[in-house]
Write a protein that binds this ligand. Sequence first.
Ligand code: ADP
Ligand code: MG
Length: 698
Amino acid sequence: MNLALQNIKYLPGVGEKKGEILKQELEIQSFEDLLGYYPYKYIDRSVMHRVRDIKEDMLYVQLKGKILSFESMGEGMSKRLIAKFSDGTGVIELVWFKGIKFILSKYKVNTEYVVFGKPNAFNHKINLPHPDLDNIDEDLEKQAGALQGFYNTTEKMKNHFLNSKMIQKLMYNLFSILKEPLKENLNANTIARAKVISHHEAICNIHFPQSQDLLRKAEYRLKFEELFFIQLNILRYARLTNRKSSGFVLPTIGHFFNTFYEKNLPFELTNAQKRVLREIREDVRSSRQMNRLLQGDVGSGKTMVALMSMLIAIDNGFQTCMMAPTEILATQHFISITELTVGMGLNIVLLTGSSKKGHRAEVHQQLITGQIHIIIGTHALLEEIVQFDNLGMAIIDEQHRFGVAQRARLWSKNKKPPHVLVMTATPIPRTLAMTLYGDLDVSVIDELPPGRKPIQTIHQYDNRRGSLNASIRQQLQLGRQVYIVYPLIQESEKSDYKNLEEGFIHISETFPEYKVCMVHGKMKPAEKEAAMLQFVSGKANIMVATTVIEVGVNVPNASVMVIESAERFGLSQLHQLRGRVGRGADQSFCVLVTSHKLGEMTRKRMEIMVNSTDGFVIAEADLKLRGPGDLDGTQQSGDPFKLKIASLVYDGQVLQLARDIASEILEVDPELRNQENLVLKSELEKVFRKDVNWSQIS
Ligand code: ADP
Ligand code: MG
């Protein structure tokens, strides 16, 4: 029997009407779809409670006993049926407000039942509203073993008697008519490598666990299976596109790298920087094109890694480029890289939207003739006219501002694509990165350079402006600079700008002796850059801004970051903003200003910020609180995370294993043509038949 082809309405107990509802509400159309609908929780039905021990705050109770009497009470809305139920240790009331007739026809007094429900306190007494009642010796109970699965259902389903129990019953019916074990969808090798139980055993136990142990194994197998096919899909796609082309081999560590390392490097590299450099070196001396995502918290020293990678390319006779999302950032990179490499005889140039015509022409010329070693710039680098002699390595700073299409344009500037290093400070949790950027390898700098003073974070209510302003003044008097940031949310743009402008006026009035500048996204690029420069150069003491400052500006003298309406920002975004301070030697501060009326969730979020300065910890916490679809910087990707059983938050290890195995398989058989891999190929086609194309997400 091909379960995928069996219409669900033909399953005993379903029929036309219920079949239609299963299809509408859960997209369950076939026998196979039903098997793929897993319980969301399990309850140990072997544990019986005693009536006299029931407390109001118990999540559920399970009782074995008899109904002593039924009594109908009330009229209209308050009409209800009450059954007195006893297990010999006490008496408790079971209450129904609906389906009274059905209950009376089905259940009898003085017969033994297992009752299951959630205690509820009413008039100083505890009762059980709408409990489940089971006969003691039902087949289902035997089959179900001690652990019973609970299935999510919708209001509409419940109205048609398709509650969790009914789903379980249907599942039971389905298993009873199965003539043979379910078809395996992994090959023997993968099963052995992942040490998982068979697909058949997993599906049986996910619905009807024979024991806690088997349930755990079933969950593990199904999580693995889910993540494995996602990874197989992404990696296969990545191979077909990116990896088709071989990369330049960069075998030499030579003059420039060594001179820099021995003479110019102003500090010892952190261990994390060394490790990442080794990873990059491994990539570029193989014949494969590097496509690497470098994650590192703000201030972790990504620029140094980028520079040293470029030096390797230069040592092998290639040109390099570094692209930043804003002119200010590009300029900052240009200045710091020029300073770092002073005396080495490197030709480094800057190209941005505001480069003068004559300069541009000269740069274009020098690029083609191969005289330029490093070109740093903005989107201007992507223009058609910018052509290289031999671009060997491209660095892209702040990944999420550039799309894949733009990455591809950089590659096309060469006969062969250059090695690409994409840097981001958005601390995407590793599991998410693997799923989102499946075509990129990931390196992580998980260590800050020594000697940084951790930023002190303070949560303050907005009805305490006086003390906040006093602290700001104190820092200004010490000669420091201050950021004040306002949120901006699309739907209420008008009022947001009002907030920003009022804030600007208020701050200007409060600190008349200091210069205040304002920056927001609605300004023309030139105005914006001019206002930013005022702050960067130290002419302005306070900058009032929207989140446009989020991306990488470096003003070491700024020591205070005030974030207004902090409750309206995502945690990762707050962390990014906070990273703008704490770049100098001084103690820095971040003040999160919120309304004093806060919900539980917001309070928790502020607490996380106050207690942690680790971007990865914060990103994980954010992911747990909000779910991955909402994570900063990934909203545009739609909702690719319809995972059935695996969790990107908790199953990082399973994901890694799945990825490793998938990668090994593709290494040997990229097209999945070998006999033993055909089963994987056909499952892959089935899984992704109607789903999003995962590989196109990054
Ligand atoms: P980000 O990762 O945010 O781009 P940067 O590359 O701008 O960080 O580095 C932040 C600061 O830390 C820079 O001033 C840089 O010179 C300094 N830095 C980088 N690596 C080290 C190191 N190993 N030891 C000390 N300081 C370092
Ligand atoms: Mg940076």
